[in-house]
Design a protein around this ligand. Structure first.
Ligand code: SDX
Length: 423
């Protein structure tokens, strides 16, 4: 029998229903609060507000638990592939051998380069940030695919999974003055991306299996993360029945922010600055504690994880392994390790439960894989795409209402217009 929440306001009492999810998370259903009491809730940043019920990803910030459709991130990162995880997130179950083979074949059938989209990407100056180009070309896909409500979203989903990594390489190749590469359909998803990034037209290029394996693990770790800023954006835009491409383009723009996915680029730039400044990590820990410094320890802290980000733990180990396996000696790795150690022994960070998040070590691996720094957040978007798609699909399948939060008005009360001659 679920309990009710008793609210006492203005001398009246109201009861609101509550409910529990499958992992015993509890919620007060406030749908009738305003009708009953005239009050709305107030929760900037939605820190305590559940926007939806979802069966896709479960995370427990206190225990450092992250599961996709019930499977632990540790098992998936260790035993699965990114495309298998994409299938799991979007369809809800792990695929059979035949289902996975068919899914991969369908995705590969959509990897053809759309010359008109390539022309749109090439219209941007070489100095443009790759996230700007990616958001633009994904939004432009609405012009080349059927997006009416009765449309075949399955086809658009496959097309997006196929073409996002292809389009992600275009601006990089332009910045090098190189022609874009066609997709090598004989390669797996990650090896094919690496070939398009680093292969030169006409030259045979095969990605180092260590690099492809590391990329596969990183993409799995980024694939979904319940109602984070960019996923909430995708759901909000999708709730107006905007098409999939428009919704994902909005998510790419939200992810670009330095407080969100843009942090992985900021972390490397921060570590580089510390290295250039003599590697004095204690100085930067002190700066991060000084509110007037305007400096934050990028890659630290999280809205939900108040113990440790399980992805950061996996990536930290992987960073060590990949750099050793590739024979890369990157001085910023030891700066990152010293910075983490300094912060984790400092009361300011401990009191605020600030630990390394997914972005703290990921850039060190991307760099070792040869990915340019300004493409780190693009890599985050490639990883997060199946999660965005799964969440958008869930919202539409569940016929959720258009999102439209309330506010508390604090502006001027009624006043009469004054003619300009009188002012
Ligand atoms: C991602 O939500 C998700 O799931 C996101 C994500 C995903 O997979 O989608 O996990 C990916 O976005 C990871 C976060 C990447 N961002 C960064 O690394 C940027 C640096 N971190 C922060 O700016 C911050 O920690 C946030 C944005 C991540 C969380 O911000 P909150 O929850 O709004 O917390 P807050 O800003 O209110 O901070 C609480 C306190 C404040 O101090 P007080 O006012 O209490 O004295 O902690 C301090 C903050 O000043 N603080 C930091 C800090 N982060 C928080 N102080 C120094 N350095 C930091 N990094």
């Amino acid at each position: 029998m679920s309990q009710t929440a008793l609210i006492n306001l203005d001398g009246k009492s109201f009861e609101l229903p509550t409910f529990e999810g499958t992992e015993n998370e509890k919620a007060i259903d406030i749908a009738k609060l305003r009708d009953l009491s005239g009050f709305v809730t107030y929760d900037p940043g939605y820190k305590n507000t559940g926007a939806t019920k979802s069966a896709i990803t479960y995370l427990d910030g206190e225990e450092g638990i992250l599961r996709y459709r019930g499977y632990s991130i540790e098992e998936l990162a260790d035993q699965s592939t990114f495309i298998e995880v994409a299938y799991l997130l979007i369809h809800g179950e792990l695929p059979t051998v035949a289902e996975l083979a068919n899914f991969e074949k369908q995705i590969q059938s959509y990897t053809v380069v759309n010359e008109e989209l390539l022309a749109i990407a090439n219209a941007f100056p070489a100095s443009t940030h790759p996230m700007c180009v990616l958001a633009a070309v994904v939004g432009a896909m609405s012009a080349f695919h059927s997006t009416d409500e009765a449309g075949d979203d399955e086809e658009n989903i496959l097309c997006l999974l196929a073409t996002l990594p292809v389009m992600a390489t275009w601006h990089y190749k332009k910045s090098l003055g190189e022609a874009v590469n066609q997709v090598d359909k004989s390669l797996d998803y990650c090896s094919s991306f690496l070939q398009m990034m680093f292969g030169k037209k006409g030259d045979a290029y095969l990605a180092d299996p260590i690099v492809a394996k590391a990329l596969n693990k990183l993409l799995i770790l980024h694939a979904d993360h319940e109602q984070n800023c960019s996923t909430s954006t995708v759901r909000l835009v999708g709730s107006s029945h905007a098409n999939l491409f428009a919704s994902i383009s909005a998510g790419i723009n939200a992810l670009w922010g330095p407080l969100h996915g843009g942090a992985n680029q900021e972390v490397i730039e921060m570590l580089e600055a510390i290295k250039a400044d003599g590697g004095d990590t204690a100085k930067y820990v002190t700066m991060a504690k000084d509110k007037n410094s305007g400096f934050r320890l990028m890659g630290f802290g999280h809205r939900v994880y108040k113990n440790f980000d399980p992805r950061a733990k996996i990536i930290k180990v992987a960073a060590d392994d990949v750099l050793k396996a590739l024979g890369v000696n990157d001085p910023v790795l030891s700066i990152a390790q010293h910075l983490e150690d300094a912060a984790l022994h400092d009361d300011y960070f401990v009191a605020r439960k600030l630990y390394p998040n997914v972005d703290f070590y990921s850039g060190i691996i991307y760099r070792a894989l040869g990915i340019p720094t300004n493409m780190f957040t693009v890599m985050f978007a490639i990883g997060r795409l199946p999660g965005w798609i799964a969440q958008w699909k869930e919202l539409r399948t569940n016929k959720e209402p258009i999102g439209r939060p309330r506010q508390i008005y604090t502006g001027a009360t009624l006043r009469s217009f004054v003619a300009i001659s009188e002012r």
